[in-house]
Ligand binder design. Structure first.
Ligand SMILES: [Zn+2]
Length: 175
């Protein structure tokens, strides 16, 4: 239970859904643990602010993430013959632990990966922007050094791949 994104911004899991729509944050031998006390279920011994939902009462599963994201519902069906992954339906026996089956968990993991993909991709942009700024700073310093050593704007422009005029406009004020 628990997936963490590369940027550490997201922590996701495949949650079991209680009849009242609450999502499990973990499980125990007696059932799924959901946060909050309604009085309809018995409180957990270890986590007194959590209630224990018996496994037989779990109505389905959905992705959850610490950031607040929720995946679409996977419905728990009453009979094995009604299981239909293409329509987000799956069967787990009522007398067993109500964790999502491995195929549902895999599907939810994929949904969660799609949810975190943009924020992970931005990591690459951040790294490139940092390198870009460092390279720009190095360019300014080497140009200043070249000018101090007697290089002309024509020489510098040629080295950079721009015109003498452009080199002058870009760096003359920084001398
Ligand atoms: Zn998230």
């Amino acid at each position: 239970m628990g997936w963490v994104s590369n940027d550490n911004e997201h922590e996701g899991w495949a949650a079991a859904v209680a009849p009242d729509g609450r999502l499990s944050s973990s499980s125990s031998g007696e059932g799924m643990l959901v946060e909050g006390i309604t009085g309809r279920y018995k409180p957990d011994k270890m986590l007194p602010d959590h209630e224990v939902i018996p496994d037989s009462e779990i109505i389905g599963w959905r992705g959850a993430c610490g950031c607040g994201w929720r995946g679409e519902m996977w419905e728990r069906v009453a009979y094995p013959a009604d299981a239909d992954p293409a329509h987000r339906r799956d069967y787990v026996p009522p007398h067993k632990f109500a964790d999502a089956s491995s195929r549902v968990e895999d599907a939810i993991h994929d949904e969660w990966r799609a949810h975190v993909a943009p924020s992970e991709a931005v990591l690459g942009v951040e790294a490139a922007a940092r390198e870009y700024a460092q390279a720009g700073h190095r360019l300014d310093k080497t140009v200043a050094a070249a000018k101090a050593a007697g290089a002309s704007w024509t020489d510098i422009g040629r080295a950079v791949g721009i015109s003498r005029q452009s080199a002058h406009e870009r760096w003359a004020d920084k001398q």
